[in-house]
Design a protein around this ligand. Structure first.
Ligand code: SAH
Length: 353
């Protein structure tokens, strides 16, 4: 039971909104309270901030999970290298283009190419693919989410026509990072990648899981300060969900409620950020994405991957929307978003600075 009254927490929310700063004490007060009224107030403030910049628009990004081969061994991830039970696949360029065409016909104007760190996709291959998409869809944004690559590689992909890059920082605490990843992976290098992407001119997405093993209020505070200071154009957060055949298979899942509170805090600390209501949130709660929008999110990411491949991109267990084609996903999301008073727009949905 938290000792803070509704009024105390409301005052904390006002201070965070006005100063765009947060202390450990304030964060704990918000994460620990069971005062519904105070949390409703937090969410209302976050919505108001989002609406003052983006109105009631929610942007769609078509997610194409094009390869689940990965050289990395992140302890939380279901497609980590050592998971011999993951059935591997990669999509060829024609299939990826076909996904884009289908998405375009459903009103999507951003394509997100996400995958494991798959050595098959050399710079030459990726550049050729990005150029093809750029040529066929000049009015669309191309977002890449391919993990850590060299600065030169990021530059070549940018020059080929990519606009945005999603690379969650995963945690802003180096010791926590070492708990989530094997020793061969480096927190410093991931952070350097984010800076390189920013320097090159990408709109950059950072982010983290909520409730990942070893996460504390102190590590979350570092995440929030990092988001506020680095000011990524996008920030992807969703609950950690245990994935079978991984070292964290038996760890408890993250909480939907805490994810919603953190979405609201991110909105208050970095008002302009493009903030997805993630599939992971929708996986743990049937109305998770709607509630995410109500907590201040303004992006949804329907899955454009061919349905036969989707179950294989199992970064966590129980992922939703595995069998639904994109036109179904679009109208489903449109209805869900309208049910909470927002409208899905056909737009690239660029960051508003
Ligand atoms: N290889 C790319 C894409 C990773 S998948 C990269 O390195 O950026 C995208 C995100 O899914 C990850 O950044 C991670 O935050 C999230 N993720 C992975 N496993 C997860 C799990 N078990 N539960 C919830 N989110 C997970």
């Amino acid at each position: 039971m938290s000792e803070n009254t509704t009024d105390t927490i409301r005052a904390i929310v006002d201070t965070i909104r006005n100063t765009q700063d947060i202390s450990l004490e304030q964060l704990s007060a918000i994460l620990d309270t069971d005062d519904r009224e105070a949390i409703d107030y937090l969410q209302a403030q976050a919505r108001e901030v989002a609406q003052s910049i983006y109105g009631n628009a929610v942007y769609m990004r078509g997610l194409i999970e094009f390869s689940n081969y990965c050289r990395n061994n992140c302890r939380y991830c279901g497609i980590r290298r050592d998971n011999r039970l993951a059935e591997r696949y990669r999509l060829d360029d024609d299939t990826i283009l076909e996904c884009c065409r289908l998405g375009y016909s459903c009103g999507l104007r951003t394509f997100v190419l996400q995958g494991g760190e798959d050595g098959h996709y050399t710079d030459e291959r990726m550049v050729a693919l990005v150029q093809r998409i750029r040529t066929e869809f000049p009015d669309c944004a191309i977002t890449l989410s391919l993990g850590e690559r060299s600065r030169d590689s990021y530059q070549r992909l940018f020059d080929a026509g990519a606009n945005r890059y999603l690379l969650r920082h995963e945690t802003a605490d180096p010791d926590h990072y070492a708990h989530l990843h094997p020793a061969e992976m480096s927190w410093e290098h991931r952070m350097q990648c984010l800076r390189d992407l920013r320097d090159i001119g990408y709109q950059v997405g950072a982010g983290f899981m909520v409730g990942s093993p070893g996460q504390t209020h102190a590590t979350l505070l570092k995440d929030l300060h990092f988001i506020r200071d680095f000011r990524p154009e996008m920030c992807g957060i969703g609950p950690f969900i245990a994935a079978q055949h991984t070292p964290f298979a038996h760890e408890p899942n993250g909480s939907v409620e805490q994810t919603l509170r953190l979405l609201s805090l991110i909105r208050l600390l970095h008002p302009h950020v493009l903030l997805p209501a993630t599939t992971a949130l929708g996986t743990l709660n049937a109305f998770g994405r709607e509630r995410g929008i109500q907590a201040g999110a303004n992006v949804v990411m329907p899955n454009l991957s061919p349905t036969e491949n989707r179950p294989k991109y199992s970064i966590y267990d129980g992922k939703i929307c595995l069998g639904d084609d994109i036109s179904h996903c679009r109208s489903c999301l449109e209805t869900r978003i309208a049910s909470v008073g927002y409208r899905m727009v056909v737009d690239r949905g660029d960051y508003k600075s």
